[in-house]
Ligand binder design. Sequence first.
Ligand code: GLT
Ligand code: MN
Length: 389
Amino acid sequence: MGKTYKPAKSDKFAFGLWTVMNRGADPFGAPTRKPLDPLEAIRRLGEMGVYGYEFHDNDIIPIGTPAAQRDKLIKRAKQIGDSVGIRATMATCNMFSHPVFKDGAFTSNSAKVRAYALQKAMNAIDVGAELGAKVFVFWGGREGTEVDSSKDPAVALKRYREAIDFLCEYVLDNGYDMKFAVEPKPNEPRGDIFLATAGSALAFTYTCAHPEMIGVNPEIEHIRMSGLNSYHEICQLLEAGKLFDIHLGAQKPLRYDQDIRFGAEDLKESFFVVKALEDYKWPGTRAFDAHPYRTENEAGVWDFVEGCMRSYLILREKVAAFNADPEIQGILAEINEGNRALEKLMSGYSRESAAELKARAFDPDALAKKQLRYEKLDQLTQELLLGVR
Ligand code: GLT
Ligand code: MN
């Protein structure tokens, strides 16, 4: 075929540092890989053509690091990033690993824990700003319950909002060029996590004091854990102008968070996710958040990185083929039967338009007779994806 599917910086791919630093541990088993130094991870990703990296405060700066050492680490991260042409595109705060957050951070019942979480988030925002990250994500993995009598979700959400509002003011007060994105997930590690879906996170953003500063960071795996359609969820965010970041990966529906390589499952849905991002010319980074299989050694981590990007590039090529396919486009044109006069009538309410619409004669039985060739359309899409078209 002669195609390399080699990523270019202009493809704007990004990886969470935690994805390549993941050591393959799971709730039943110890790590299978040696630790990977975060600065080495940045270098290697940059060399592989990756545009950006996403990171938690503690991916680069362990808890308790003295200030001088913190500054040194940030400086090194910048230097290495510059040398291989990779930048920090998203920063976030780890509010889930330390046992202090065992019952939540912003939504903990303890005022001291909530205050510590807020302090940690401000410090992480500072690091993000120093490294130039324009998006700051809140994945509230521990913000939830197993025991419903333990927390009133209404009170918890109020606390969540208070924290976000506080941090928005912090960003504004410091003059940082940074926006927030809430990352929804239905469960795991908590039995139930607050803001479980893209829709609930989206609604939450509008209740905050600075809704323009807060969007959503949907993750394909989290959406599919609920058995929902990631293409639909992502398009709702696109349409609302609230897609501030994205986490690409793969997942069999209704299971634990499998976090597998982008494109390794749900190929057709992945295709439509890529199609949405490309067709709408979404300007953000194509960030991957998944883990190499536990069966991989240190070398296999980079196969995982390459695989995610290759699958995206191949699917992007399929999107172009889909958009240029005369038979597919012909069926789409046939389905999307317009009507100028009626569309005008429906486009805005007035007494006159309502009256005119009510006076129109429709023949629902005749309308219902139109064949919608979805069998053909889907089969053509399938064959295109299978490479025989
Ligand atoms: C964690 C989680 C991810 C989040 C990361 C950001 S960390 O690995 O599974 O979905 O995006 O905190
Ligand atoms: Mn994620």
